[in-house]
Design a protein around this ligand. Sequence first.
Ligand SMILES: [Mg+2]
Length: 351
Amino acid sequence: MLPIDRITGCLLGGAVGDALGAPVEFMAWPAIVSAFGEAGIRNLAPAYGGLGRITDDTQMMLFTAEGLLRAHVRGASRGICHPPGVVHHSLLRWLLTQGEPPATTVSRDGWLIEQSALWARRAPGNTCLTALRSARHFGDLPSNDSKGCGAIMRVAPCAFFANAFDLAADTGRLTHAHPSGYLSAGLFADLLRRLYLHPEQPLAQAAAHSLQAHRGREGMEETVHAVEQVLAFHARGYAPTPERIAALGGGWVGEEALAIGLWCALFAEQYAEGVILAVNHSGDSDSTGLIAGHLLGLKHGATGIPQPWLEALELRDAIERIARDLHEVPARFEGGYGSADAAIFEAYPGG
Ligand SMILES: [Mg+2]
């Protein structure tokens, strides 16, 4: 599979997992059974007024990707750049789409914010809203102690840049100040990067390598523990059932969301099986669906995602465009830039 197909599969896979979990995000497992039957939800169901609607997770993932691309363009053209500050500016553009006024001036340029379907509230997380609302300068860190999964759910695009762990941790930290919130994001992006660079490597092995590389970081303990637990479950062949997932946690916090999404991706042979497992539990189904979906989408590519799910997916064109740009824009700038790149500057103004 070509690198571009892995990037596209990763982003579409996450978005479809998010959309599959959207109808049941706030439903406990017994309520899911009542609504969808003994086997739980196994297909896209209406949420937010339609089938295939994405939630805040995918919205923020897209704005993170936009920020990374703007940071890249700015760094390549001006030679100086602090990527978390530029990503912060992009996340504040997302805040505008939520009808919330940022505390600082935010430019409304670039193509992404023009996508009218993004201007919709899809149960945005309070920690993200509060932290972004109060930011006065790009790069400001929030004064909270949150380890909610609002950081990890948006960082997949960091995997397509060299310093994936730091980009994800440093941009995750813009909203979530607890290490388990932003370091779980770092570990997730590092794992995706390993899968991207070494597609032949089994997922369990890649996860073990990520742990090995980063376990020594201060504040990693909870994340390491959660991931080690599911690697052990996987080694013993335990299936992720709704009850076992509940025992692990609801996935509302970063390290649990990572562990649940990873466990389901490890257990599943196919994309659909993995995301179905990941959304059928009492916890934060859209985020755990998105995490499993990013992992399995990267592994199997977009062709591994059921066609009807892709056809129903909201903002599919925008997601595919971002994936293409994540692949092409950094490559275009390797040898400097020229007037032919005007379209790139317009799409990702360096700021
Ligand atoms: Mg959500």
